[in-house]
Design a protein around this ligand. Structure first.
Ligand code: AHR
Length: 496
């Protein structure tokens, strides 16, 4: 059947916050060290120690916000270990991830420099699990205080005269698990206490982020909203897509057709999680002052054979591109509540947009989705009505396509389409309503592969890359397209 989509160009439904396209970088495996930081003396071309190839790729993708230093690492991180002359910084074991040496060469100054080079907002995650109120409070003072104070003086001694601007600050990570195994009642009280000393200095205004639930832990959400809602600006949600179980997650490549469907089905569960958590938030915050930040999401597979299990290194295929596209569409639909999301993680860990191997770098299919979808950043979400067929059956029945439409500041309409069927193309008829009469012109790009685990390698880094898409006809205000099997497509429609 032909899938039918009506886009109501005269019915905007809110703004798609660019921060929904955010990322996450943790001291885990080769994310920070090698993936981002190679050091000033490295033979790999770099800017003040940050590798140039990754920097350029992330700039092209227009990364809006970056979370650091964890993850579970955040609640073991003591920020003073990562300041001052690098050769004098403490060497220690990264006990949570891989048991490798952490030399603390990438710390506060390096992270803030990275964000400045990228032109993105920093999102710093503080330590509640093994840190103190004073330690967190002093970190904020070190970062943002402009005046006479011990931490401002220390910052200046370390070479940074002016304070930085820090908007996003997280008070703990996964405090129901690696961040202290707390009960929500206990964490809610700790959150209230810690956040009191996360101060606004000068004109810096901190958006305080509370640790929210894992997946469907609605009790955690209810408790936090009830007991600490008035002290927070946002609350987090973590949800990972695993085709299998935590013990046997399934491979990143070489998977079966069934694993294709199961993975996409499980990724769709994000819709239910956001709807149900939002319903709880609505009870305590009907004006939607508090944002929901999905600051960890993405696919999690078995690590690549032969790699350190604590490094969480996995390949990335066209299946991941579809998970990314569909999930971003879910965030669009909930843009009234979801104000930020951070895919895990930026480089070399889980559903990464970039993989590196020594001096080599490749862009994953997930990267290309983020790059193609940047047209949705801060655009107005448009109301759509859809009649979409299904594929598969039983427990793994899936919608044939996932669609989202937005209008940017220049009036261009962008429609993104994910065809979840790996076997056949999808016919889609898109009708634009609510526009003044006129001609519609269109152009497009599509990302697809020739097999369900199509991916890029360091020897063939361009195997899965976007191509121009022109398989459509336009009649009046309607466009009929046939998008390829297992594809993510973005169309630009201009009405004149
Ligand atoms: O992203 C990997 C880990 O997953 C993070 O450190 C943690 O917060 C989550 O459990």
């Amino acid at each position: 059947m032909t899938n039918q989509v009506v886009i109501h160009a005269d019915r905007p439904r809110g703004v798609i916050d660019r921060n929904i396209y955010g990322h996450f970088s943790e001291h885990l495996g080769r994310c920070i060290y090698e993936g981002l930081w190679v050091g000033e003396d490295s033979p790999i071309p770099n800017t003040n120690g940050i590798r140039n190839d990754v920097l350029d790729a992330l700039r092209r993708m227009k990364i809006p916000v970056l979370r650091w230093p964890g993850g579970c690492f955040a609640d073991e991180y003591h920020w003073k270990d990562g300041i001052g002359p690098r050769e004098q910084r403490k060497r220690m074991i990264n006990t949570h991830w891989g048991g490798v040496v952490e030399n603390n060469h990438f710390g506060t100054h390096e992270f803030m420099m990275l964000c400045e080079l990228l032109g993105c907002e920093p999102y710093i995650n503080g330590n509640v699990g093994s840190g103190t109120v004073q330690e967190m409070s002093e970190w904020v003072e070190y970062l943002t205080f402009d005046g006479v104070s011990p931490m401002a003086e220390l910052r200046k001694t370390n070479g940074r005269e002016a304070p930085w601007k820090v908007k996003y600050f997280g008070v703990g990570n996964e405090n129901w698990g690696c961040g202290g195994n707390m009960r929500p009642e206990y964490y809610a009280d700790l959150y209230r206490q810690f956040q009191t000393y996360v101060r606004n200095y000068g004109d810096n205004r901190i958006h305080k982020i509370a640790c929210g639930p894992s997946e469907g832990d609605y009790h955690w959400m209810e408790t936090l909203m009830k007991q600490a809602g008035r002290f927070m600006d946002s609350i987090t949600l973590h949800y990972y897509t695993l085709p299998g179980t935590w013990a046997e997650k399934g491979p990143a490549t070489g998977f079966s057709e069934e694993e294709w469907s199961v993975t996409l089905k499980k990724a769709m569960h994000m819709e239910e999680l956001i709807s149900r958590h939002s319903a709880i938030m609505d009870q305590y915050d009907p004006d939607k002052r508090i944002g929901l930040i999905v600051d960890e999401w993405g696919t999690w597979y078995d690590v690549e054979p032969g790699t350190n299990p604590g490094f969480l290194y996995q390949q990335n295929t066209i299946r991941d591109a579809l998970v990314a596209g569909m999930t971003l569409h879910i965030f669009h639909r909930h843009c009234d509540r979801v104000r930020m999301a951070n895919i895990a993680q930026l480089v070399n860990v889980l559903q990464a947009v970039v993989l590196t191997e020594g001096e080599k770098m490749l862009l994953t299919p997930t990267y290309h989705v983020f790059e193609m979808f940047k047209v949705h950043h801060d655009a107005e979400l448009l109301d759509t009505h859809e009649r979409i067929g299904t594929i598969g059956g039983g427990a793994n029945e899936l919608p044939h396509v996932s669609v989202s439409a937005s209008r940017d500041a220049e009036g261009r309409i962008h429609v993104s389409l994910c065809n979840l069927d790996h076997q056949a193309g999808a016919s889609v008829r898109i009708e634009l309503r609510g526009l003044a009469e006129g001609n519609v012109s269109a152009s497009g790009k599509t990302l697809t592969a020739d097999r369900i685990d199509g991916h890029n390698t360091f020897d063939s880094p361009e195997r899965v890359a976007p191509k121009p898409f022109a398989d459509f006809t336009i009649e009046g205000n309607a466009l009929a397209a046939t998008v390829p099997p297992m594809s993510v497509t973005v169309l630009e429609l201009i009405a004149d």
